[in-house]
Design a protein around this ligand. Sequence first.
Ligand code: NAG
Length: 315
Amino acid sequence: MHLSTILLTTLSVLTSSFELIPAVFTPFTEDGSIDYPKIEPYSTFLKEQQNISTVFISGTNGESLSLSLEERKRLTDEWAQTSSNVIVMVSSESIVDSVELSSYVKTVSETNSNIISVAAMSSSFFKPSTAQDLVDYLKPMAEAAAPLPFRYYHIPSMTGVSIDMIEFQDLVEDQIDTFVGIKYTDTDLFTLRKLILNKGEGVEHFWGKDEILITGIATGATSAVGSTYNFMGRTGYDIVNAFLTADLPSAQSQQDKIVNVVSSWGNLGGIPAQKAIMQMVGMDLGRGVRTPNRALTDEEYDDLEEKLKEVGFFD
Ligand SMILES: *[C@@H]1O[C@H](CO)[C@@H](O)[C@H](O)[C@H]1NC(C)=O
């Protein structure tokens, strides 16, 4: 086969399958309860303005560990009604709640095909100490959600759990039938590459670091889950498409847009800052976050908007 034919064939496969999945925020009203009616317009905004077709709900950005079980059930209902592909993060610090949410999501999925999978991260207060302990911890959630596909959400920066992922993947593939992959939110690319080389059939790795999306694609992730795709979905796809058509300078300059935006919020806190950005781009989710996160003050909001103007975010 001619080289360009091989290249084109490979490209069309890659372009059509690499997907950007926003980890969605939870909208709150002034009194701190969840603003459920915002979910429908939010879902439409993602589809129409950001070219998004799959959402990751109830994760870090959704402040899931600060939500009640009832709230997370209701969020599952609301997103499943408005969005065509929904991945639900089901874990919490109590295995009882985690299993109950898993089985709730499975029940919803029996009458609503928009739910495509569940995901769970490790507990973080009491931590599993071996790869097998982590598999044992995840198993009841995966079983309660089965036959829904199950993903492990690896985010050591938040959980403090840094178990050997290679060993973990070997064990989880053997012991959890519905295991389909890892959402990999870490910068250790060597480990990610080894995970990809060692993986069984049907297992995929989702990349979780927006500000270095290029490296995730280059290392072999098949999709990416992140916060900035909520408002920079098109920039994200510009990076993906430039990279896959071997236009590295363009991929890098598109990547710099995300680098500049992520840098602009400094230590304001990613979630409150990005909720402010959602408001700036016309998708008002309220500025509220759940304590101990803290909403931006008006002054912080204005400063952030000014910094974003300086880096050309609104151009
Ligand atoms: C929109 O998303 C699809 C994947 O769902 C992607 O292949 C396409 O390149 C994106 N288009 C733009 C203009 O970002």
